[in-house]
Structures are given as structure tokens and as C-alpha cells.
Design a protein around this ligand. Structure first.
Ligand SMILES: *[C@@H]1O[C@H](CO)[C@@H](O)[C@H](O)[C@H]1NC(C)=O
Length: 264
């Protein structure tokens, strides 16, 4: 046999062997986590489990929370779980990724109208803001969530959200506006960037404004600050500009030390 043919046959056999090994390899069945190339078994240690008895407390005390209302038997929930767990690891320290067994927690499921599985919600300052409906992939979840936490101002449209805001354990600003777009909204967003420890919301809904003691003859745009520790509500009467708002917020966001705190 010529030498070249021998070499070819040996190489051919090796290639066939490698293909066979790869084909029957158990690792072939696992996804690889590209970041550290470990097989991606579902390690959910960064996903917080929530139930009826601790849901409200946890959501009201953590600035940003995602909640996956899942059903363990559902194909889509199973598909989401490992990706969600990876996203939780990546977003750790910025956003809490939590899950509720919607099959067991019927009360929560009803309250948050989580009909499908999975049903993933984003909460900012304890207020349910948005649903996640994009791809069930880690990267897509992380990207979407980052755009949500980068929003300076959250828009409240329902009395249900207003109630959640009242329960939240954060110092918050709420602006009552004609429109959630335009100059006033931009000034508000700019002011929010100067006070990142305070959560900013805006609304155009009259019933929401009433729930926060904006009276009927109020001049729009109007703004209040709710200081959580002392439960103090301050009204803003300055010009609706970013500096005036930011200054009002920084002066009033701390619990007043005495009675002579400044109300603008
Ligand atoms: C909430 O309660 C459930 C059980 O009722 C428990 O498994 C879970 O760890 C609790 N979560 C938190 C954050 O305390």
C-alpha cells in the first residue's frame, strides 16, 4: 500500500471515530454556558422564590424586581428557567430576579393577572410596570431589564399601581402632568438623573393624582415627594425645571430633622 494511502486511511478512521464519540457524547445534550464553558445545569441559586406570605414585602423593599409567574409543568416555563437563572446571576446586585409558582400561589396569580406561563413582570419601587414578552434567552432578558432600569421616570396609569407605590419602602417623586412626553417630562427625567437614590414616577391619570392628595384646582405640571421614613409628603411649587426639581428633591428627600424643613 502506498504511504500516502496509509496516512489517509488512518486520518479517515480518526475523523470517523471523533464524529462517533461526539454523536454519542452525553455533553452533546447539554447547553454550554459560554461565559465559563461549564455545562448549564439549572442552578437557580440566584433566583429568589416568593410566595403569598412574602411577596408584597420583598417587592416593596427591593428597588427593581423581576417576577416570573411560572408553572413547573409548563413547557415554556421549563424553557425559560435555565436562561432566567443565568440572567439572575448576571443581574445580581442590580435587579432581583424572583419566581412564583403560579400553580400553587393562586391568590398571587389572580391578583397580578398572571394567566399564561411563564408570565414575567418588572417592578420598579414595588410598582408593577411592564411584562417581559421577548425571547426566553439570557441575553435578551438581561438587555431588556437593563433598558428598564435605565429609564429615569416610570409612568403610572392605574390606581392599582398608585396603591403599590404607597406601599413601597422608597422615597419617591410623583409628577402629575398633561402628557408623559414633551418638555415637562424631559425636565423631570433630567432631574431624576441628579437624584438616582430617589425613584421618579409620572402620571396623567386624575384618579391617581387624587390618591396622592393633588387637589382639584392644582396647576399642572405638579409634583410631590414622599419621604418614606417619616411618611412626609412635600409639595413642589417651583418652576418645572430640572434644577429646581432636583434641588427640591435633594432638600426634602431626607427625613426632616426638625419642624422647620423646607417646602418649596
Ligand atoms: C418566601 O416564602 C417561601 C415559602 O413560603 C420560601 O420558600 C422563600 O424562601 C421565601 N422567600 C423569601 C425571599 O423570604
Amino acid at each position: 500500500m502506498p504511504r500516502a494511502t496509509k496516512v489517509f486511511l488512518i486520518l479517515y478512521t480518526i475523523v470517523l471515530l471523533l464524529i462517533t464519540i461526539h454523536w454519542f457524547s452525553p455533553f452533546y445534550l447539554l447547553n454550554f454556558d459560554q461565559e465559563n464553558s461549564l455545562p448549564q445545569l439549572t442552578d437557580e441559586k440566584d433566583v429568589v422564590i416568593l410566595s403569598e406570605k412574602n411577596f408584597s414585602h420583598v417587592v416593596a423593599n427591593n428597588r427593581y424586581v423581576m417576577v416570573d409567574f411560572c408553572a413547573p409543568w409548563s413547557y415554556y416555563s421549563q424553557q425559560l428557567a435555565p436562561e432566567y437563572a443565568l440572567a439572575a446571576r448576571q443581574l445580581k446586585g442590580k435587579v432581583m430576579l424572583a419566581k412564583v409558582n403560579a400553580y400553587e400561589e393562586r391568590g398571587l396569580k389572580r391578583k397580578y393577572r398572571a394567566q399564561g406561563h411563564p408570565n414575567v413582570y418588572f417592578f420598579a419601587g414595588g410598582v408593577k410596570m411592564d411584562s417581559y414578552t421577548n425571547a426566553r434567552k439570557r441575553d435578551a432578558i438581561v438587555k431588556w431589564t437593563k433598558t428598564k432600569i435605565a429609564l429615569g421616570v416610570y409612568t403610572i396609569t392605574s390606581i392599582e399601581q398608585a396603591e403599590q407605590l404607597l406601599m413601597a419602602q422608597f422615597t419617591t417623586v410623583l409628577a402629575f402632568m398633561d402628557s408623559v412626553q414633551g418638555q415637562d417630562s424631559e425636565e423631570l427625567a433630567a432631574a431624576s438623573k441628579m437624584n438616582t437614590d430617589v425613584l421618579f414616577y409620572q402620571t396623567t391619570a386624575v384618579d391617581v393624582a387624587k390618591a396622592f392628595q393633588f387637589d382639584q384646582e392644582i396647576k399642572i405640571p405638579a409634583l410631590i415627594l414622599l419621604e418614606k421614613e417619616s411618611q412626609h409628603l412635600s409639595h413642589f411649587y417651583g418652576p418645572f425645571t430640572k434644577y429646581a426639581i432636583a434641588n427640591f428633591v435633594s432638600v426634602n428627600k431626607l427625613p426632616p430633622e426638625s419642624d422647620d424643613h423646607i417646602d418649596y
